[in-house]
Design a protein around this ligand. Structure first.
Ligand code: 21W
Length: 223
């Protein structure tokens, strides 16, 4: 972590200034940012990332690409924005972590750091590495349970206690599809579904239609 004020030269160690053209708030000056990156750069293998609400949406695919880079510099601030010559002149990748307003880029920088670091070999154990792959299938994960088998009137789905591994795998896939359909239809639309997945999705659709009909006090053809 580095304090941008270390690369100022004035008595007040000023890193920001008023926006040209007027308006509220302060804008990060180019000089401290460029001098900081010059000092921290490790030759041509350094990738500069600027955290900004105007950035490209950060994604798992981007985390995977960044994990293959040799050296990253994450530049963030707590002010109304950057002088636009900063991302331009540093040839930076401008990233946003989502459509909500924060007070600064520090937490987004930590989010990017965490998502990238866990992909670097040796940072995590094997179990966690395998997890990354299941995200890449493009569906949400299936619901998980542990002991006790019943708690406050809520039972664990019986199939999970059956020892029938084929039935368990089918149930998990179906529930992953159900959740993705309900919570992230955008992901489901893009997912590469197998023949079995299509069959499971058809079952889920039928169950959803039955549920909707029951709610409306209607009967289905199969009672
Ligand atoms: C919030 C900076 C609001 C600037 C004209 C041009 C980095 C962030 C941030 C922040 C404004 C990210 C303006 C998701 C975020 C971040 C602080 C407003 C005013 N006027 N991802 N610009 N959300 N946020 N700018 O807030 O620095 S990545």
């Amino acid at each position: 972590m580095h304090d941008l004020r270390a690369w100022t030269h004035d008595r007040h160690r000023q890193v920001d200034d008023e926006p040209y053209g007027g308006g509220a708030g302060m804008v990060l000056k180019p000089e401290p940012a460029f001098e900081a990156v010059d000092a921290l750069r490790r030759g041509p293998h350094t990738r500069v990332i600027v955290l900004s609400p105007q950035g490209l949406p950060f994604s798992q695919a981007m985390a995977e690409a960044l994990a293959r880079e040799e050296h990253l510099i994450l530049l963030c601030g707590r002010y109304e924005g950057f002088d636009d010559r900063i991302p331009q002149g540093l040839d930076a990748l401008e990233l946003s972590i989502g459509d909500y307003v924060l007070t600064g880029g520090e937490l987004p920088a930590l989010v990017v750091l965490d998502a990238v670091a866990r992909l670097i070999p040796g940072v995590l154990g094997d179990a966690a590495s395998a997890q990354a792959d299941s995200f890449a299938t493009g569906l949400l994960e299936y619901p998980q349970y542990t002991r006790p088998p019943a708690y406050r009137g809520m039972a664990v789905p019986l199939v999970l206690l059956s020892g029938d591994h084929k039935a368990i795998a089918r149930w998990r896939r179906k529930e992953a599809i159900r959740r993705t359909r309900e919570r992230r239809p955008d992901l489901l639309a893009r997912a590469a579904l197998s023949e079995l997945d299509r069959e499971l999705l058809a079952e889920v659709e039928e169950e959803a239609a039955e549920k909707a009909a029951a709610k409306n006090g209607k009967r289905t053809t199969d009672g």
